[in-house]
Design a protein around this ligand. Structure first.
Ligand code: UD1
Ligand code: CA
Length: 449
């Protein structure tokens, strides 16, 4: 069954007190919008339409970054949630199958919950996602008996009796695309806020003899972000769930509460993650790899048997093959390290290819940037780069080659060659003692004057 999503993301989000549109604030290193889109994409939908309004260009750009197949439509002015959904009507007019409305600021709806709503569609024309609220506050209330939904009342318009209801509206609604747009076209704005309320869809459906039903999910799933406080709470909720999931999946976390995951972090079974490790987006770690304390990882892949850290930074494009060792104070960006490469200490590797079993000495730097352009360093297999080698790219070091410590390598090094690129050492007998005596005398003379 084809399903299309309409993701509402036009609102200002004024309570964030921010120049950034609300749905672009991050949790787990990804915009709130991407969390909602991730849940939608899990159902392999035919179409996803994001309704933008406030700062629409920025929001549309972020939607496209997530997936170029996501379509955007502008809602200006913003006259309410039903009005927002109706903006997608021209795009989805001939869409067959189901339509589901999500909010861009509600990041935790699970794909399984959306599936449950689709199943409930077998029994009801309109299906609303509800939750039992601990503190129902200003949520819309669901007037229901059992699974059958009579109507949704917005808090502002609710009677005292209705305000006592604790079953609340999450905002997520599902119907066939055809029914959804047919019903929405009939929604008016005669209410306390003079807005077009999507919630009116239930009463209008019932008036047409269609049935409406409610699917209930855990309140945690419906957590919406309206303030920075809620953003911080959402981050904490995400992290605690991600930590539990990692542990259940067989990952060792030495100090789980100090590890921060991204929305798309993937870690294999029997990997070990030490304390204070931070994941940016797009990190994959294979089974049995180890990341020691205080590492910062983003856009990288760590293979089986590799050991990273403590205190390492892997940036986008860092590809570590099996059994690679990356030690402390090492930064790696856009570089491929083949099997068994060792980069132990105090090193920057950027824009490089390093062949298998090569050893990179402490203090090595790939000088990849000339101030205008980036250049690549290529190092062969089983090479030995001496400590404090400056590799001035573009440059190629052959297989089994060796560079002397302290070398500045500006020319290619052939296979099996030893490259020495430094001044020859000269020893001047006795000169150290003479020099120190002269310096001390000069200091004493200054002290007198
Ligand atoms: C809405 C529901 C309420 C529910 C609550 C759950 C309605 C009328 N009310 O209320 O029953 O309990 O969500 O959080 O639907 N948006 C647009 N364009 C608009 C208006 C809103 O895109 O013209 C977007 C907002 O950016 C937001 C979402 O729709 O992502 C919800 O709008 P919001 O104004 O926050 O609705 P609530 O008053 O919270
Ligand atoms: Ca809201």
């Amino acid at each position: 069954m084809a399903v299309s999503f309409i993701v509402l993301a036009a609102g200002v989000g004024s309570r964030m007190n921010s120049d950034t549109p609300k749905v672009l604030h991050h949790i787990a290193a990804a915009p709130l919008l991407h969390h909602a889109l991730t849940a939608a994409r899990a159902l392999e939908p035919a179409r996803i339409v994001v309704v933008t309004g406030h700062e629409s260009a920025q929001v549309a750009k972020s939607a496209e970054d997530f997936d170029p197949a996501v379509e955007c439509v502008l809602q200006d002015p913003q006259l309410g949630t039903a009005h927002a959904v109706s903006m997608a009507a021209p795009l989805l007019a001939d869409a067959s199958g189901e339509a589901i409305v999500l909010y861009g600021d509600t990041p935790f709806i699970r794909p399984e919950t959306l599936e449950a709503m689709l199943h409930a569609r077998a029994r009801h024309s309109v299906v609303v996602l509800g939750f039992e609220a601990k503190d129902p506050g200003r949520y819309g209330r669901l007037v229901a008996s059992g699974e059958n939904l009579e109507k949704i009342v917005e808090y502002k318009d609710a009677s005292d009796d209705e305000r006592n209801i604790t079953l609340c509206n999450s905002g997520v609604i599902c119907a066939s695309a055809k029914t959804m747009f047919q019903l929405i076209a009939r929604i008016g704005n005669t209410n306390a806020a003079a807005e077009y309320y999507l919630t009116d869809i239930v009463e209008i459906a019932r008036a047409q003899g269609l049935s409406a039903g409610v699917v209930i999910c855990d309140e945690a799933e419906t957590l919406g972000v309206n303030t920075r406080q809620q953003l911080a709470e959402a981050e904490a909720a995400f992290q605690s769930r991600a930590r539990s999931e990692a542990l259940e999946n067989g990952v060792t976390l030495t100090a789980p509460e100090t590890v921060f995951f991204a929305l798309d972090t993937h870690i294999g079974r029997d990997a070990i993650i030490g304390p204070n490790v931070i994941f940016g987006t797009a990190v994959t770690i294979e089974s049995g790899a180890e990341v020691k304390a205080f590492c910062h990882l983003e856009g990288c892949h760590i293979s089986r048997g590799a050991v990273v850290g403590p205190f390492a930074r892997l940036r986008p494009g860092a590809e570590l093959a099996e059994d690679v060792h990356v030690g402390n104070f090492v930064e790696i960006k856009n570089a491929i390290l083949d099997e068994g490469v060792k980069v132990g200490h105090l090193t920057y590797i950027g824009d490089a290819d390093i062949g298998e079993f090569t050893n990179i000495g402490a203090g090595t730097v790939t000088c990849n940037y000339d101030g205008v352009m980036k250049h690549r360093t290529r190092i062969g297999k089983r090479a030995f780069i001496g400590s404090d080698t400056m590799l001035v790219a573009p440059v190629t070091i052959g297989n089994d080659a060796l560079t002397a410590s302290g070398s500045v390598i500006t020319e290619n090094v052939p296979d099996e060659a030893l490259a020495v690129g430094r001044a020859k050492q000269v020893n001047k007998p006795g000169l150290a003692t003479k020099l120190m005596a002269r310096l001390k005398a000069s200091k004493a003379a200054k002290g007198k004057s």
